[in-house]
Design a protein around this ligand. Structure first.
Ligand SMILES: NC(=O)C1=CN([C@@H]2O[C@H](COP(=O)(O)OP(=O)(O)OC[C@H]3O[C@@H](n4cnc5c(N)ncnc54)[C@H](O)[C@@H]3O)[C@@H](O)[C@H]2O)C=CC1
Ligand SMILES: CC(=O)C(=O)O
Length: 360
């Protein structure tokens, strides 16, 4: 039996399989439909985090094209092929890879995860100098290639690097966003949900400030099924059987567990990846699908933190409304307890110190 020597002998040509065209075309129809604008997402840094983000975005049917960029050519090509081989189980997406940032041209969204990560016990802020040097190469090239894009920064320390990306890109602050405490808030909601034996999706709770050791848990923001937890705690303190569930010491234990989460996972498996993958994919969805959802993400907080001079440029997480144009608004008038306000000020002062010292 003669073997087909190429796909064209099987009926495929550059325009697609002719036998399918034959079945679907009618007179006067050339097969072209008005096309919607295609969505292109680039992920710079195809390590644990970049690949978790790319793979989660793939499952969401959000992008038409995903570009993976990494400094290591074989690694990024291997990651691309591995994802491409899942094509039969996923919506159709063009996946491209390479080492050149220019491949990201005309992206709608550019996600930066390239850079050093923590070794067990190391703080995020310790990575700063190494990752700033890398950002000096990556960010101007990415901004030039996609001047209309939204930049989402994930590399750590994410708040300071989001500030760096804002400075180096020349983009308006509304289009430079750090993944910030979107992840910490999910950890917070998970732990509260476990404690209260409810679904994390029914827990409203925010961590704000630094994505790091000085992050602030907003007790006043916690509600479960519409019930404000702090108000309940104050009203029923130790007076009802359920009050123990909302005990302040237990909540402080949860806050400490949130702050310690990344350290614990890094000690156990060397890095964190799945949760940040979902966190950034949810941010990408809200942005590109213009969802107007509120995410605690790292935004330019100049003048937005009470007690911090209004001229101090720094990025930290506050609840922000995200849509196609980027950050559409920031919850600047948070109702905070005195303690929450004090902690947020410390977080802001800490981050401003690092941003200011860079002299950008
Ligand atoms: N914001 C957050 O919530 C989180 C942030 N991270 C941070 O994300 C970053 C990445 O972490 P992992 O993926 O675990 O590290 P990784 O080491 O697995 O991946 C980093 C990748 O960046 C690549 N890279 C280095 N220089 C590059 C360049 N000039 N251009 C393109 N690619 C380059 C490396 O080749 C490597 O593949 C770290 O800074 C980590 O701390 C990690 C988890 C959560
Ligand atoms: C590594 C890191 O920033 C995190 O998982 O929170």
């Amino acid at each position: 039996m003669k073997k087909a020597s190429s796909l064209s002998e099987l009926g495929f040509d550059a325009d697609g399989p002719s036998f399918f065209r034959h079945l679907t075309l009618t007179d006067g129809d050339d097969g072209t439909l008005p096309r919607r604008r295609l969505i292109k997402i680039s992920v710079i840094g195809a390590g644990n985090v970049g690949m978790a983000i790319a793979q989660t975005i793939l499952t969401q049917d959000l992008a038409d094209e995903i570009v993976l960029i990494d400094a290591v050519a074989d690694k990024v090509r291997g990651e691309m092929l591995d994802l491409q081989h899942a094509a039969a189980f996923l919506p159709r997406v063009n996946i491209v890879s390479g080492t050149e940032v220019s491949l990201t041209r005309s992206s709608d969204l550019v996600i930066v995860t390239a850079g050093a990560r923590q070794i067990p016990g190391e703080t995020r802020l310790n990575l700063l100098q190494r990752n700033v040097s890398l950002f000096r190469k990556i960010v101007p090239a990415a901004a030039e290639a996609s001047p209309e894009s939204v930049l989402v920064i994930v590399s750590n320390p994410v708040d300071v690097l989001t500030y760096v990306a804002w400075k180096l890109s020349g983009f308006p602050a509304s289009r430079v966003i750090g993944s910030g405490t979107n992840l910490d808030s999910s950890r917070f909601r998970f732990l509260l949900a476990e404690h209260l034996e409810v679904s994390a999706q029914d827990v409203q709770a925010y961590m704000v400030g630094e994505h790091g050791d000085s992050s602030v848990a907003l007790w006043s923001s916690i509600s479960v099924g519409g019930m404000p937890v702090l108000a309940h705690l104050q009203k029923n303190h130790r007076s009802a059987a359920t009050a123990k569930k909302f005990d302040e010491a237990a909540l402080e234990g949860i806050r400490r567990a949130v702050v310690g989460s990344a350290y614990e996972v890094i000690k156990l498996k060397g890095y964190t990846s799945w949760a940040i993958g979902y966190s950034v994919a949810s941010i990408a969805w809200s942005l590109l699908r213009d969802q107007r959802r509120i995410h605690p993400v790292s935004v330019l907080a100049k003048g937005l933190v009470r007690g911090v001079p209004a001229d101090r440029e720094l990025f930290l997480s506050l609840p922000a409304r995200l849509g196609r144009a980027g950050v559409l608004g920031v919850a600047a008038e948070l109702v905070l307890t005195d303690e929450e306000e004090r902690r947020l000020r410390i977080s802001a002062e800490t981050l401003w110190g690092y941003c200011h010292a860079l002299g950008l």
